[in-house]
Ligand binder design. Structure first.
Ligand code: TYM
Length: 328
């Protein structure tokens, strides 16, 4: 049997360039060599959402992004987390072998608690346990993620080790798989690109919207006038050129250092590169958007296939933990 890959993303809106460079590229590539399972984690999204009015729409939009990026339901299982509720049962069972101290130390928990002091809910503390349940329910060994998820995976491995040592070998220790661009900074050049910081470019933005957003990006702060030489090594726009203008990087470095091009020129070039790279994606997205029934069928079929595996693992876990089936 081929090794299994699992990954997930929160449906908090459309996918952005950070998701694409940090994770989605790997989701797509791994489909060729592994049995892949990709999940839209709507329960995780509930830990931060105060208003869930847009949740169903966001799930659908995210699926369009994934399909357009090249996730193929013939090769991978694509589904919505809450459609396979076994994960919530496993979450509860795993919580019994997870010391609270481990969870309170997780940096993302501390950050979320700081950002939403009015809503430090129990689900937020258990977030990494649910994430562990996601992965081990399918006994996945490889988890493509961006760098920000590494602390969660570290914790998942600790939970797995603890479970395996108490109840006998059951789960593989999940290993992260990073892309060559594991942390994409946002347009302000300081925090990671993400919905939380409103500093992102959606993959499905129009070319005009993309140009407008790129124009707001922070560049080398030392370059105040057009004639000042630039320092590409400190510039976030330049980092993005590495991916979106890869064939022209040397030229851009030389022209930036010699003030041959200004930051406005440089950003125009970047927007052009992004729009070129995403042109085919945007066309495919529009064609999937015209087939909502197809999208619904993919998710329905994905949930059925995921549930077969989930039920098998859950039965094994319950037996190992000393729980017996309800008498007939
Ligand atoms: P989420 O929804 O925040 O992000 C989805 C994926 O995109 C990556 N990513 C980035 N990579 C590089 N630079 C960025 N600026 C950037 N922003 C996002 C994330 O690292 C992630 O891989 N906890 C997860 C969802 C999850 C999950 C799982 C992941 C739930 N269960 C099981 C893997 C396995 C999350 O919130 O991702």
């Amino acid at each position: 049997m081929r090794q299994r890959v699992f990954s997930g993303a929160r449906p908090t809106g459309r996918q952005h360039i950070g998701n694409y460079l940090g994770a989605i590229q790997n989701y797509v590539n791994l489909q060729e060599e592994y049995d892949c399972i990709y999940c839209i984690v709507d329960i995780h999204a509930l830990t931060t959402l105060e208003n869930t009015d847009r949740l169903q729409e966001d799930i659908y939009e995210m699926m369009l992004d994934w399909l357009a990026a090249g996730l193929d339901p013939q090769k991978s299982i694509l589904f919505v987390q809450s459609h396979v509720p076994e994960v919530m049962e496993l979450h509860t069972l795993l919580s019994m072998v997870t010391p609270l101290g481990w969870l309170l130390r997780v940096p993302t928990f501390k950050e979320k608690a700081r950002m939403q002091p009015q809503n430090v809910n129990y689900g937020l503390v258990g977030y990494p346990v649910l994430m562990t349940a996601d992965i081990v329910l399918y006994k996945a060994g490889v988890v493509p993620v961006g760098e920000d998820q590494l602390p969660h995976l570290e914790l998942a491995r600790e939970i797995v080790r603890r479970f395996n040592s108490i109840f006998g070998p059951t789960f593989p220790e999940p290993q992260p798989k990073l892309t060559s661009f594991p942390l994409v900074l946002g347009l302000n050049g300081t925090q990671k690109m993400g919905k939380t910081y409103n500093n992102y470019i959606e993959l499905s933005a129009t070319p005009e919207e993309t140009l407008k957003l790129v124009m707001t990006a922070v560049t080398d702060p030392a370059r105040r006038y057009r004639s000042d030489p630039g320092h590409p090594e400190v510039c976030n726009v330049f980092r993005l050129h590495h991916f979106f203008s890869s064939s022209r990087v040397d030229e851009i470095v030389a022209e930036c250092r010699s003030a041959g091009i200004g930051c406005v020129d440089c950003k125009e070039l970047l927007a052009k590169g992004i729009n070129l790279e995403l042109e085919a994606f945007r066309e495919r997205r529009a064609s999937f958007a015209a087939r909502p029934q197809y999208v619904a069928d993919v998710l329905s079929d994905g949930a059925c296939r995921a549930q077969v595996i989930a039920r098998e693992t859950l039965a094994e876990v319950k037996e190992k933990m000393g729980l017996v089936q309800r008498p007939a």
